[in-house]
Design a protein around this ligand. Structure first.
Ligand code: HEC
Ligand code: HEC
Length: 292
């Protein structure tokens, strides 16, 4: 929780949070966050009382004066751009520079997505006031009016390269088929931008998603295994090696454990594929939008 969110969430006017709470929509993780901040219950109540604001705010349509757009952009830069890109081009977060967004087809659903986040994803909820959320909604919609990124490649040839020369199925799953060393790519086109996909293929270590830490372990017996960390606690670690095999070790069995942050088991395809082939592959990946 950032200082900004904290102020907005519990300051003079945190209509968004309170209204969510009043409407019984307050997500459990919001409450957990409250707990983890160790706020006394009294302060929570104080917040609730202080912030009982005009419920009309939440149903109001986006505010679109130049001042509101500027305020929305300001919030976006601080709170959203590091995941969604300064121009909504995407990155760790979805591309927002699209005319239609899967989880936010209209302004009301976008309001909810920003306030509550998307469950089981890296998209967090935000404690903004209702007005601030509408300002961000208005700004995000301006991103959607930009021209879409051009894709020159041929997706059909890209699909062939994916299954053939690229050897991607060894590590990735699409539509339930393939290996599990890398992330499932079934909806990668909806989650990531073309720019990000290009970087992922050419410089995989530049775009390692959450939860894919490469580790190298050496057992006391001298066996060396590199793989993706699946789980780790104080006493044990579980990894999937690069052939897809699962391993579990007690840390007491290990002579070495190297967490290779910023490294990727995925090879760079620069040089392995021609630039035309890379574009075809990107066109194919961009076409993968999951089952909708
Ligand atoms: C920690 C990274 C992160 C931050 C910060 C973040 N998002 Fe997201 N956001 C994501 C991810 C990842 C997704 C895609 C989730 C999915 O579809 O599984 C997403 C999805 C969305 C969507 C839905 C996109 C679609 O195609 O339907 C919208 C709208 C959105 N975010 C807006 C925002 C706004 C506005 C902010 C700032 C207030 C923000 N996000 C902050 C990671 C982030
Ligand atoms: C040896 C296993 C391996 C092979 C082969 C491989 N990948 Fe990956 N890939 C990974 C791993 C592990 C990650 C996650 C860590 C990272 O991003 O570096 C990843 C990440 C990605 C990502 C980013 C996913 C995200 O959500 O951010 C894309 C896109 C991708 N791979 C596409 C491909 C394509 C296309 C091919 C074939 C041309 C390929 N990969 C071949 C293991 C592999």
């Amino acid at each position: 929780m950032t200082a900004y969110g904290m102020v907005a969430g519990c300051g003079e006017n945190s209509a968004a949070y309170t209204l969510k709470a009043i409407a019984g929509q307050c997500a459990t993780d919001d409450i957990l966050r409250f707990r983890s901040m160790r706020l006394p219950v009294a302060l929570m109540l104080w917040c609730a009382v202080l912030t009982a604001q005009d419920p009309a705010e939440i149903t109001r349509k986006p505010v679109t004066t130049p001042e509101d757009l500027a305020a929305g952009e300001q919030i976006y830069r601080i709170q959203c751009a590091y995941c969604h890109g300064t121009r909504g081009e995407g990155g760790r977060g979805a591309t927002l520079a699209r005319p239609r967004l899967q989880h936010a087809p209209d302004d009301e659903t976008m309001f909810q997505v920003i306030a509550r986040g998307i469950p089981d994803s890296e998209m967090p909820g935000h404690w903004f006031t209702a007005r601030e959320i509408w300002q961000v909604v208005a700004f995000v919609r301006t991103l959607g009016r930009q021209a879409p990124q051009k894709i020159s490649g041929d997706p059909t040839n890209g699909a062939k390269l994916y299954a053939g020369k690229g050897g991607c199925t060894k590590c990735h799953t699409v539509g339930g088929r393939g290996g599990a060393i890398g992330p499932d790519l079934s909806d990668i086109g909806a989650r990531r931008s073309v720019h990000y996909l290009r970087a992922a293929l050419v410089k995989p270590e530049a775009a390692v998603p959450n939860g894919f830490l490469l580790v190298e372990i050496v057992t006391i017996a001298g066996v060396r295994i590199a793989g993706i960390r699946l789980n780790e606690d104080a006493f044990s670690i579980q990894i999937r090696d690069l052939s897809g095999q699962f391993h579990s070790f007690w840390k007491s069995e290990l002579a070495g454990l190297d967490r290779q942050r910023g490294k990727s088991p995925m090879p760079s395809y620069e040089g392995l594929l021609t630039s035309a082939e890379l574009e075809d592959l990107i066109a194919y990946l961009d076409s993968l939008r999951g089952a909708q």
